[in-house]
Each structure stands twice: as structure tokens, then as C-alpha cells.
Design a protein around this ligand. Sequence first.
Ligand SMILES: C[S@@+](CC[C@H](N)C(=O)[O-])C[C@H]1O[C@@H](n2cnc3c(N)ncnc32)[C@H](O)[C@@H]1O
Length: 247
Amino acid sequence: MPQGPGYATDLADRYDDWFAPPAATTDATVALLARLAGSAPDGPLLELGIGTGRVALPLAARGHDVHGIDASTTMVERLRAKPGGEKLTVSIGDFAEVDHEGEFAVAYVAGGTFFELRTQQAQLRCFAQAARRLLPGGLFVLDAHLPEALAAHAGAGAQTVETANGDPVLRVRRLRPAGQRYTSDYLVFADGLFRHVRVDFRYASPGELDLMAAAAGLRLRERFGGWSGTPFSDTSGYHVSVYELPA
Ligand SMILES: C[S@@+](CC[C@H](N)C(=O)[O-])C[C@H]1O[C@@H](n2cnc3c(N)ncnc32)[C@H](O)[C@@H]1O
């Protein structure tokens, strides 16, 4: 079983400070997921790669029954330490397997986490296993960068990342298109030290994701240009895709 990437095992206590997106993005993510849950059958929600509960805890605070899976015990310890964190049902495991009891109205992956599954086989497996856990009419929701946007980021060199606590973080993305891989190297300066964190990803186009979904018996219901619910368009660099298990 994967232990989770290095940031999740070694820097879980600083994840929210350095790697979580701005609060407005989290608010929009929670709002869109709550809206989507309202259009899905009644039932619990399942977050794949739940991490420190950035999205799951505010959703639970709105009254949703939220479950989760994560490979990193240290990330889940952080979740447990937050208000409401002790109430969520969380499995430690590989989210490609979706090995978590229950049937869910919505399974979702947020924070660009889906591409942390680093093979096409693991990504296909995740779609298939998520579909198996959905109630009829249930939704599988994921967010991802477009390959074209990743290529543009990679060409732009080092970029500063906005962090929750203001610590300076530089990110360099490098693309390895032959294997549909990209690497994000983060350089964090905090407490008088530089720290280096590397995360490896496998990217896929929206079309490839749609094919994986179709192979799992899911169909694309809608695609947004981001968690704020903007339309997906030619200028989108990012998407939130909503797949449905036919009722
Ligand atoms: C970028 S963090 C995002 C956490 C949370 N979804 C959020 O948006 O704040 C990704 C999380 O996925 C977990 N993860 C990565 N690969 C995994 C895998 N194959 N199985 C289970 N968890 C995994 C990591 O341990 C980490 O907690």
C-alpha cells in the first residue's frame, strides 16, 4: 500500500500552511460539492485522498455525512485533531482501490489529487472502484489541470505560491510528456530553513478521463472550469468534472 507522498508523510503538520489552496478556493469547493450533493440521491459522501480534512470538515459542518480514504496516517492525525475530525469515518488505504464500506451519493477527489495516481492502470481502477461504491444516480467528481495549462506552467519557470500563513514557497513544474508525467518541486523557506518537497503526477486529458469513466459505466454529466462553477471553455486551464452512475 502507498504511504502517501513525502509531503503527506513528513510535512503533514505544515500541509495546511504551505500546500492548501487559498480559503476562497476551499469555500468554493465546499459550496459546489454541497450543491452537487443536493442533486444526487440521499446518502453519504466519500472523499478520496481526504488529507487534513480541508474540504471534508466544512462539508460535515454543513450536515453532510462525510467519509474518507487516505494513505497517510499523519495527514489523518491532523484531520482528527481538528474540530469535528473525530466524527468522520476514515479508512487508511490506497484510494485507487476505494476500499471503504458503504454506498455513496457522491465520491469526490479535490486539490488536484487524482493525478497523484501515477499510472493509467491506477486511474482506471479508481474510476471502476468508485463507480462500484456509488448509489444509482450517484456522482463521481474530480478536479484536474488541463495538459496544455501544465505545459504553460512548466514553460514559465519558478512560480511563487500563495500560502495560508504567508511563508514563501516557490514551485517549479516540469513536464515529461512521453509518459504523461509531471513533477512539482516546492522550495519552502520557513523557520530559517529551506525545505524541498517533490510530488510526482500522471496527467490525463479530459477526453481520456471521460473514456476511463465510460469504461467504469459512468457518464459525464457536466464539466466546470473550476470549483466556482464557471463554464468550461477554450480559456480554461482547469476543470471540475462531474460523472454520474446512471440510475
Ligand atoms: C494534495 S493532498 C489533498 C488533500 C485534500 N483532498 C485537500 O484537497 O486538501 C492529497 C492527499 O491524497 C493522499 N494520497 C495521495 N495518493 C494516495 C493514494 N494512492 N491513496 C490514498 N491517499 C493518497 C495524500 O496522502 C494526501 O493526503
